[in-house]
Ligand binder design. Structure first.
Ligand SMILES: [Zn+2]
Length: 263
């Protein structure tokens, strides 16, 4: 209780300061989603950027020198997800690690006969339970400048963090009402199976086929699509789209059109 009182006081002091011009320039020039929001939501996004830049540890990896552009862009994209959520700033994420581009990790893969293969895997990002978010700047910079591709690395990794607020990632975040929780189970299950079937038949849908791997990835790729290709998602996955409108308390299909021609 004392902690939250102290934290709220600290946050209101932070928000009483004017938003730095250099950060505003990053939002105006490099974060396409910022232009789509109404004024009230732009203010919420700026507040979230101030809080996240102050409260989280931002670390450049493999020699990447962090700049305002990098920190503000990543925080702003993460903030798009939480604009409708009351007083939540990814408090479960303490550290954001940023690589210049793809990075390689050593991983173990069990195969038959109790053998474990040591492999190298190229990655763009990952999110750890009670741990850091790890992302690559080159990918994010392109996502931020050209919204509408349907993919966005920051949306993906921070969606995993929402999912992990109530335990290991399983595609079901904390839901505020029983009604939403019941609808969530039915719709997510139905749409996950639909994506798996489409994938088995080699059919392309607006959702990244990577989401057919498991329900946690299904949630993360659906969040990417919800905020980055909302109109086509609303047309082709209307139940899922509405479910996310109710959870995020946002309606991205009402934003000015930003998807490329053909959508
Ligand atoms: Zn993922």
């Amino acid at each position: 209780m004392f902690f939250s009182w102290w934290r709220n006081r600290r946050r209101s002091n932070l928000l009483a300061e004017p938003f730095p011009d250099a950060w505003q320039a990053v939002l105006d020039d490099g974060v396409g989603h910022y232009q789509l929001l109404n004024e009230a939501d732009q203010k919420k996004l700026r507040d979230a950027v101030v809080i996240m830049l102050s409260e989280k540890d931002w670390e450049g990896c493999r020699g990447l020198e962090l700049t305002d552009e990098i920190r503000v862009t990543i925080a702003a994209l993460a903030a798009v997800l939480i604009i409708g959520l009351e007083d939540f700033y990814f408090d479960n994420v303490q550290t954001v690690l940023i690589y210049p581009d793809e990075y390689v990790v050593q991983q173990e893969r069990p195969i038959e006969g109790g053998v474990v293969l040591e492999e190298e895997s190229d990655r763009l990002g990952e999110a750890h339970y009670r741990g850091p978010v790890i992302v690559s700047w080159q990918e994010i910079r392109e996502n931020a400048r050209q919204p509408g591709s349907g993919t966005n690395l920051v949306f993906h990794e921070f969606a995993h963090q929402l999912d992990m607020l109530n335990g290991e990632p399983d595609g079901t975040p904390d839901l505020p009402t029983d009604e939403l929780a019941q609808r969530w189970t039915v719709i997510m299950d139905k749409e996950f199976r639909r994506l798996q079937k489409a994938e088995q038949r080699g059919q392309h849908t607006v959702l990244d086929p990577y989401g057919a791997n498991d329900t946690a990835e299904f949630f993360a790729v659906s969040v990417e699509c919800f905020f980055d290709s909302p109109r086509i998602m609303q047309r082709t996955y209307p139940d899922l789209y509405q479910l996310f409108c109710d959870y995020f308390r946002q309606d991205p299909a009402s934003w000015p059109v930003f998807e490329p021609e053909g959508y």
